[in-house]
Ligand binder design. Structure first.
Ligand code: CTP
Length: 406
């Protein structure tokens, strides 16, 4: 899935050691299908050569407003008009200060000033020493740039090239890529709060053993990411999985079904959409042993008594908020056979307007899936695709449903 197919990005580089990451970022943009026009300031050329950036972008790099390659000698107009966005990465403190004042002393700042504000968005990825980032002048500039409609991305935290540690590192290339993809996503869920459960649960038997299942959490994490990109505020209640948290998503880690219920109950009061993708254990041992269960030499296996876990989805679906229509609940069903019949029955049993069926053994742990969307009117298939694409399609479907029922 080339997520930036057809997009033309002007990638601006300003002076900073993070220029070395811009090479990787450029490559990542191209790999996602974007065409990239690199524009560098003289300071950026102190850190990385135009040759490197030309080779990675497959286009000659521009750095001077007096570039005779342009017939009209107006690269600032020509290059900025064809862009879907200008992304400055790294963006130095000095470059931000120039932008705040409408400075146009080099080709890149001139392009930022000359771009049509309503058609060519500007995204900045700041990169600087932690003291420079924290300085009131820089923070004032960031606030002003945001007020002017510029998207100022966050900064990373950690070791800096100067030897200090703190805020101000440029985001990593893959983080920048995720930000650009999210930027272009239609904001179908703007202003909405979305709550997602994902992954398995772990029901302890003793301090070292427990009962769990094969859910990888990938579908739920992909849904949380897609909802965030669609402009929602997303809380992801995750069972024990080691997947990275999608950017901008608030993650609550839980272990047992009871923990998951508590976390969901705490977050559901403000939510507009609840998507239960977690493979919650139906049963838990009545009591977990305080000490490790040991073999006693008799050859007899210990007997475990089980009790049923609360159905989180059904509980939330019965809440006044869901019953009034303020909270749209979506269930998942991992079946092994008779998908339509089982998913249809499960939707009614759970009391939810939409139930998403899939064949569990065919998808557990994998990166792709196929979904069957079952509602009161019937069923619609989302054919076999990556979980990423299915998540985007499902979020668009849910956004449409809540916009038409609102
Ligand atoms: N679910 C839940 N809490 C539970 C059990 C399930 O929130 N204690 C949710 C799942 O997250 C999923 C849906 O209910 O959205 C379907 O769960 P599933 O376990 O497949 O359904 P069951 O009701 O357990 O049916 P069965 O085991 O008979 O297939």
């Amino acid at each position: 899935m080339n997520e930036l197919n057809g997009k033309h990005i002007v990638l601006g580089l300003t002076g900073g050691i993070a220029c070395y990451k811009a090479a990787d970022f450029c490559r990542a943009l191209v790999k996602e299908g974007a065409t990239v026009q690199v524009v560098m300031t003289a300071a950026a050329e102190q850190f990385i050569t135009p040759v490197t950036m030309q080779a990675l972008s497959n286009r000659p790099v521009y750095s001077s407003q007096w570039d005779t390659r342009e017939a009209n000698n107006m690269p600032h107009i020509n290059l900025s008009r064809e862009a879907d966005a200008i992304v400055v990465a790294p963006c130095s403190a000095d470059f931000m200060a120039q932008l705040v004042h409408g400075g146009a002393g080099d080709l890149l700042s001139l392009m930022c000033l000359a771009r049509p504000l309503d058609k060519v968005p500007l995204l900045l990825a700041p990169a600087m020493n932690r003291e420079m980032w924290a300085h009131p002048a820089t923070q004032r500039n960031v606030a002003q740039l945001k007020a002017d409609g510029t998207t100022v991305l966050g900064v990373g935290q950690g070791d800096q090239a100067c030897g200090e540690t703190g805020d101000g590192r440029m985001l990593e290339p893959q983080e920048l890529l995720a930000e650009v993809i999210a930027f272009f996503s239609p904001k179908l869920l703007a202003g909405k709060q979305v709550l997602v459960t994902a992954g398995p649960t772990f029901e302890a038997m003793d301090p070292v053993r427990g009962i769990t299942n094969l859910s990888s959490g990938k579908m739920g994490f992909a849904i949380a990411r897609a909802a965030q990109e669609a402009g929602a505020q997303v809380t992801l209640v995750a069972g024990p999985v080691s997947l990275p948290t999608p950017r901008g998503v608030t993650r609550v880690n839980v272990s047992s079904a009871q923990n998951m219920l508590d976390a969901v109950t705490g977050c559901a009061s403000g939510a507009h959409v609840f998507i239960a993708t977690a493979a919650v254990a139906d049963w838990r041992p009545v009591s977990a042993s305080a000490h490790k269960l040991k073999k006693d030499g008799s050859g007899q296996a210990p007997t475990l008594a089980f009790t049923e876990n609360t159905d989180i989805l059904a509980t939330v679906a019965q809440s006044p908020r869901a019953q009034s229509g303020a909270l749209f609940c979506v269930g998942f069903a991992a079946e092994s056979h008779d998908l339509l019949a089982n998913a249809t029955a499960k939707r009614i049993r759970k009391g939810v307007p939409l139930l998403v069926g899939n064949i569990g053994p065919a998808t557990f742990g994998l990166d792709d899936n196929a979904l069957l969307l079952v509602d009161a009117q019937g069923a619609r298939e989302l054919p076999h695709a990556s979980k990423r694409l299915l998540a985007i399609q499902l979020i668009a479907d849910i956004a449409h449903r809540i916009s038409t029922t609102a």
